[in-house]
Design a binder for this molecule. Structure first.
Ligand SMILES: Cc1ncc(C[n+]2csc(CCOP(=O)(O)OP(=O)(O)O)c2C)c(N)n1
Ligand SMILES: [Mg+2]
Length: 316
C-alpha cells in the first residue's frame, strides 16, 4: 500500500470521526435531541467496506450508521441537515440520527431494531435475482445482533438460496453494556455462518485495507453467483454506547488500550514511522474538521422541517 492510499484511508476515517465529534457537540448543545449512537473507533470498517460497493449495491446498517452513510457518498451537509431536522436533510428531517436513508446513494437506511437490517438485505438480494440488476446487498450489525433470531434466519435463507448478500458483523465486544463473553459460549461468531454453509472470515476491523480485501472478495463471489459471505470485523468503540454512558462496565485500563489501538491512531503511528511529516498528518485532520464545521454550520442555517407537513409521506 503506498503512502497516498494510506493518506486517503486516513482522510476518509477522519471525515467520519470529525462528523461524529460534531454530532456529539450538537447533541450536548441540544440542537440534536434523542438517542444518538456514535461510531468512534470503528471507522476502518465503513471506510474499507463501502469502497468495494458499486452504485447499484444496497447497504443496510444499524443506528450506528452516520459514518456508513458518509462512506457511501452521502454529502456531509445533507447528513447534518437530517440530524438537525432540517427541510434540506436527506429525508426532509424526518429520519433523524437513527432512521435516515438515502437510497440514491445505495444507503438503504439505518435501523434501530437490532438485527432488522439482515432480513431487508436478504430481500434486496432476492429481488436482485429477479430484476437482473446485478445488485449485491450488504448488511452491517453488531456482535449482540448475532443473537437475534432474524439474523440467524436471514443467514440461513441466504445460504439455502445462495443469495448475493454480505453479512458484516462489527464485533466491538459489547452489546449496550453487556460484554459478548457473557452472552455466548463460543467467542468465534463467524463459526455460526460456517455452520450454515456460508464462507466466513474473522478479520482485524481496525485496518481499512484488511476490511477492503475481505469485502472485495465477498462482493466478487456474490457477483459471480457464489452466494453469501460473512465477515466478522473485530473492533472497539471508544465512546459510550449512548451519549451519557459512563462505561462503568469496562475493566480498568481497557479504554486506554482501545484508544491506543483505534484505527486513526494506529494508521497515524504507521505513517509517522514510514516518514510522513507532522504537517501532512495534521493537515488531514484539519481538512476533515473544516469540512464538518462548515457542513454543520450551513445545515443549522437551513429552515426546520414544518410540523404542519407531518402527515406527508405517510402510507396506510
Ligand atoms: C430488537 C431490539 N432489541 C433490543 C434493542 C435495544 N438495543 C439497542 S442497541 C443494543 C445493543 C446491540 O449491540 P450490538 O448488536 O453489539 O451493536 P453495537 O451497539 O455494539 O454496535 C440493544 C440491545 C433494540 N434496539 N432492538
Ligand atoms: Mg456490539
Amino acid at each position: 500500500m503506498n503512502q497516498r492510499q494510506l493518506f486517503a484511508n486516513l482522510h476518509a476515517m477522519w471525515r467520519i470521526r470529525a462528523l461524529e465529534e460534531k454530532v456529539y457537540e450538537l447533541r450536548l448543545s441540544g440542537e440534536i435531541v434523542g438517542s444518538v449512537h456514535l461510531e468512534n473507533g470503528q471507522e476502518a470498517i465503513p471506510v474499507g467496506a463501502a469502497r468495494c460497493l458499486r452504485r447499484q449495491d444496497a447497504l443496510f446498517t444499524t443506528y450506528r450508521g452516520h459514518g456508513w452513510a458518509l462512506a457511501r457518498g452521502v454529502p456531509s451537509r445533507a447528513i447534518f441537515a437530517e440530524l438537525l431536522y432540517r427541510r434540506t436533510g436527506v429525508n426532509g428531517g424526518r429520519g433523524g440520527s437513527a432512521h435516515f436513508s438515502a437510497p440514491q446513494y445505495g444507503f438503504h437506511g439505518e435501523n434501530s431494531i437490532v438485527g432488522a437490517g439482515a432480513p431487508l438485505a436478504v430481500g434486496a438480494a432476492l429481488a436482485a435475482r429477479y430484476d437482473g440488476s446485478g445488485r449485491v446487498a450488504m448488511t452491517v450489525f453488531g456482535d449482540g445482533a448475532m443473537n437475534q433470531g432474524a439474523v440467524a434466519e436471514s443467514m440461513n435463507l441466504a445460504a439455502a438460496m445462495s443469495l448475493p448478500v454480505i453479512f458484516v458483523c462489527e464485533n466491538n465486544k459489547y452489546s449496550e453494556l453487556t460484554p459478548i463473553a457473557d452472552m455466548v459460549r463460543n467467542p468465534d461468531l463467524s463459526a455460526r455462518a460456517t455452520a450454515l454453509g456460508i464462507p466466513a472470515v474473522r478479520i482485524d476491523g481496525n485496518d481499512c485495507d484488511t476490511v477492503s480485501a475481505a469485502v472485495g472478495l465477498a462482493v466478487r463471489n456474490a457477483e459471480h453467483g457464489l452466494g453469501p459471505s460473512f465477515i466478522e470485523a473485530r473492533t472497539r468503540r471508544i465512546t459510550g454506547h449512548y451519549i451519557g454512558d459512563v462505561q462503568h462496565y469496562r475493566p480498568e485500563g481497557e479504554l486506554e488500550a482501545d484508544q491506543a489501538d483505534e484505527p486513526i491512531v494506529r494508521l497515524t503511528r504507521g505513517l509517522r514511522a514510514a516518514g510522513a511529516s507532522e504537517y501532512a498528518l495534521a493537515e488531514v485532520e484539519r481538512r476533515a474538521r473544516a469540512e464538518m464545521s462548515a457542513a454543520s454550520r450551513r445545515a443549522l442555517a437551513d429552515p426546520l422541517t414544518d410540523p404542519m407537513t407531518v402527515t406527508e409521506h405517510l402510507y396506510a
